[in-house]
Design a protein around this ligand. Structure first.
Ligand SMILES: Cc1cc2nc3c(=O)[nH]c(=O)nc-3n(C[C@H](O)[C@H](O)[C@H](O)COP(=O)(O)O)c2cc1C
Length: 198
């Protein structure tokens, strides 16, 4: 029998409670496992700007997975954490995701989760409205990886409502928020569209 972790039981308990109160629930997470992830900061911030929803912030460290391999899948099946993450996506009403960029594409920890989940359901994003973002300390703000993801997700149940990349994170994000007013208004535009789609 499958043993569910306390965190997982807590997520499911929260989802059930929120469904009972008819409040929409969105999940927010970063495509990063860094304990100081700037993408987690951005995802958390952007999700906090969405009105009238309950936000569940997820951390990929709570969903550790072996590196995907066909041999491992054949031998041991698909790990519980991939099933758990996919169930959380499917129980949500929307997704705020900010991707870390490593060498011009999304980081391995995210790609790995993505690969495992795609073995359960090729349309893993399940048409949930998504605000897709990226940030980096550099001037392009992780835009290359963001565009690669946006191109791919459309074939995998992706329903990307808003896209935003925050350049030069360390200059533009301070004390938990975006301090550049032009960039903040660009983000707010995307957040509004996302909110209206929920
Ligand atoms: C292996 C590696 C490759 C990286 N490649 C890029 C890159 O291609 N473009 C970029 O803007 N930043 C790159 N960076 C810097 C990351 O954007 C930076 O580490 C950022 O903090 C990652 O996001 P996170 O804090 O949410 O994990 C790279 C960092 C690492 C460790």
């Amino acid at each position: 029998m499958e043993i569910y972790s306390l965190e997982y039981k807590y997520f499911i308990h929260k989802f059930v409670q929120q469904k009972q109160t008819h409040m929409k629930t969105i999940i927010a997470f970063a495509g990063s496992d860094s304990s100081t992830s700037i993408n987690k900061k951005l995802a958390t911030y952007a999700a906090s700007l969405v009105g009238g929803v309950q936000v569940n912030v997820l951390d990929l460290n709570d969903f550790e997975l072996p590196l995907y391999s066909m041999d491992k899948e054949k031998a041991n099946g698909i790990p519980d954490n991939a099933h758990k993450f996919l169930k959380i996506i499917k129980s949500s009403d929307g997704i705020v995701l900010s991707l870390a960029e490593h060498n011009g594409t999304y980081a391995t920890v995210f790609k790995n989760l993505f690969d495992w989940m795609s073995r359960i359901d090729g349309k893993l994003w399940s048409e949930k409205p998504m605000l897709l973002m990226a940030t980096s300390p550099g001037a392009r703000g992780g835009q290359t990886g963001l565009n690669i993801a946006a191109d791919r997700f459309q074939y995998m149940g992706g329903n990307i409502i808003g896209k935003f990349s925050l350049p030069n994170f360390n200059d533009n994000f301070q004390d938990g928020k975006i301090i550049n007013s032009d960039l903040l208004s660009d983000l707010m535009e995307e957040v509004k569209q996302f909110e209206n789609s929920l």
